[in-house]
Design a binder for this molecule. Structure first.
Ligand SMILES: [Zn+2]
Length: 321
């Protein structure tokens, strides 16, 4: 685990900033702060709570750290459901969206923290909620950016990221939510006319709408107009290999594999987060295949853990831009 975690407890003042003790800690609720201001990071929000604020949440996370403000046994004010199950019995995680932070990294950190808390309270992702799930009165659009699928990370993918972080824990088959369709599958369904158009389509796809629509546009056209002169070749940061890489016996090993691992790690898809060099060891084994798979899921590719031309092309377009 590379996420820096610390505790900076705020005063517990029932009625003023919380409901006091008695939280059953049976679920985790995800929020995003709504504050894009520069410097509105985890430290700032922890400080805000330490001065006794009119709302409260257990954790705040940004692109570098997670800070805990309340013990899990405290019932905070975060879910806008009064003395409902959100406020009384759920653990709140606020993800920061400050412009000077790395948004995607922050969401990865939120997923890592959510996994850690779920494990601690002995629950699976079927007990992972959005603020919106509890707020039946105002229907608060929170976590707004994840709900909108910003940077391709919609709710289904976020849940998958949390599951990946929980890897190794025993999860009952029946407790698992259904596997989400990939962006590509959904895009092809849209093209086949399955999800209608306009608002109907928007509603059908929910948080995946933006990512799916972008993929649809890619698939159905957007032919380059007046191809510009080819730019002078620049030396690429990662020399990604051609060819197909999968887990094999014996395993493939070499600088080509290392380049794949380093490129993935540069955008936080570590083969083995927290291990030496985050698992970048030049071997194409299960950890690397898993990192490839998570990357493929995120970008709507066939998520099979096999590095081939489509994965190479997408990865190249991101890390070598
Ligand atoms: Zn919220």
């Amino acid at each position: 685990m590379t996420l820096k975690i610390s505790k900076q407890l705020a005063p517990v003042k029932p009625v003023v900033n919380c409901f006091g003790y008695g939280n059953k800690a049976d679920s985790v609720t995800i929020h995003q702060t709504g504050n894009t201001n520069k410097g509105a990071n985890a430290k700032m929000h922890a400080k805000l709570q330490s001065r006794v604020y009119g709302a409260s949440w257990h954790w705040q996370v940004d692109d570098v750290e997670a800070i805990q403000s309340f013990e899990h046994k405290v019932s905070c004010y975060h879910a806008s459901d009064g003395r409902g199950p959100g406020n009384l019995n759920s653990i709140a995680i606020e993800g920061c969206i400050n412009v000077d932070g790395d948004y995607v990294k922050t969401v990865h950190n939120m997923a890592e923290l959510a996994a850690k808390v779920l494990k601690e309270i002995g629950k699976d992702t079927n007990r992972l909620f959005q603020h919106n799930d509890f707020d039946t009165k105002y229907h608060k659009n929170c976590p707004a950016q994840i709900r909108a699928g910003k940077d391709g990370i919609g709710w289904a993918l976020f849940v998958q990221m949390v599951k990946d972080n929980m890897k190794g824990s025993v999860v009952a088959e029946s407790a698992k939510p259904p596997i989400a369709k990939t962006i590509d599958q959904l895009a092809n369904e849209v093209i086949a006319g399955k999800h209608g158009s306009g608002d109907v389509r928007k509603k059908a796809l929910g948080s995946q709408f933006v990512a799916v629509q972008a993929r649809v546009n890619q698939l159905i056209g957007a032919k380059p107009v007046n191809k510009p002169l080819a730019p002078a070749p620049v030396k690429k940061k990662y020399s990604l290999p051609n060819g197909v890489y999968r887990v094999s016996n014996p395993m493939r090993h070499g600088n080509d594999v290392l380049q794949i691992q380093l490129a993935l790690s540069s955008i936080y898809f570590y083969p083995n987060k927290g291990a030496k060099n985050n698992g970048c060891d030049s071997w194409y084994g299960f950890d690397t295949a898993n990192a490839v798979k998570r990357f493929q899921l995120m970008y709507g590719l066939v998520a099979d853990g096999v590095y081939g031309p489509a994965t190479a092309k997408k990865l190249d377009s991101i890390v070598n831009k």
